[in-house]
Design a protein around this ligand. Structure first.
Ligand code: FES
Ligand code: FES
Length: 176
């Protein structure tokens, strides 16, 4: 039996896309396979790892748990939408680069979107708040010291501090 398709209009990074998808099409699959936005990564596929995190109307959601048909009438932001209008790195991306907040990068899109939303809610996080901000995202290879430093650096960059990357002296892989 042929699966029924539904027409959906998804607004992704400011562009409107019209897709015909099955009712059970995951948003993560629609983004990656239908729209070619492969920056959104899929790890666990059941809401645990956070790699697939995108923003719906600015709020972080796990796109592996959202149906594409339920994302109509929202503004979807993927990692591809975090660059500045001129194509240069946004503050969270720049902070990860400066502070060595990634190794393989598989988890990184989920961290970048999560932190982008987190800093909107709390532009000046303490170290504990920075840790809490990324507590729901899993990284298997870089440890969290540099990721937490990236949160703090992104906050500084967003406030207009252009210099003084705050990469910690600890080695990548420390998991505290
Ligand atoms: S792939 Fe969605 S939370 Fe892991
Ligand atoms: S940088 Fe490799 S999983 Fe996080």
């Amino acid at each position: 039996m042929t699966e029924e398709l539904h027409e959906v209009r998804l607004t992704v990074n400011g562009a409107v896309h019209v897709l015909r998808v099955p009712a059970r099409r995951l948003l993560s699959d629609a983004l990656r396979h239908d729209l070619g936005l492969t920056g959104t990564h899929v790890g666990c596929e059941h809401g645990v790892c956070g790699a697939c995190t995108v923003l719906l109307d600015g709020r972080p959601v796990r796109s592996c748990l959202v149906l594409a048909v339920s994302a109509v009438d929202t503004e979807i932001t993927t990692v591809e939408g975090l660059t500045r209008p001129d194509g240069s790195l946004g503050p969270v991306q720049q902070a990860f680069k400066e502070c060595h907040g990634l190794q393989c990068g598989f988890c990184t899109p989920g961290f970048l979107t999560t932190i982008t939303a987190g800093l909107r809610d709390n532009p000046t996080p303490t170290r504990d708040e920075a840790r809490e901000m990324v507590a729901g995202n899993l990284c298997r290879c870089t440890g969290y010291q540099n990721i937490v430093a990236s949160v703090e650096r992104a906050a500084a960059l967003s406030r207009g501090f252009k210099t003084g990357a705050s990469a910690p002296s600890s080695t990548p892989g420390d998991a505290s």
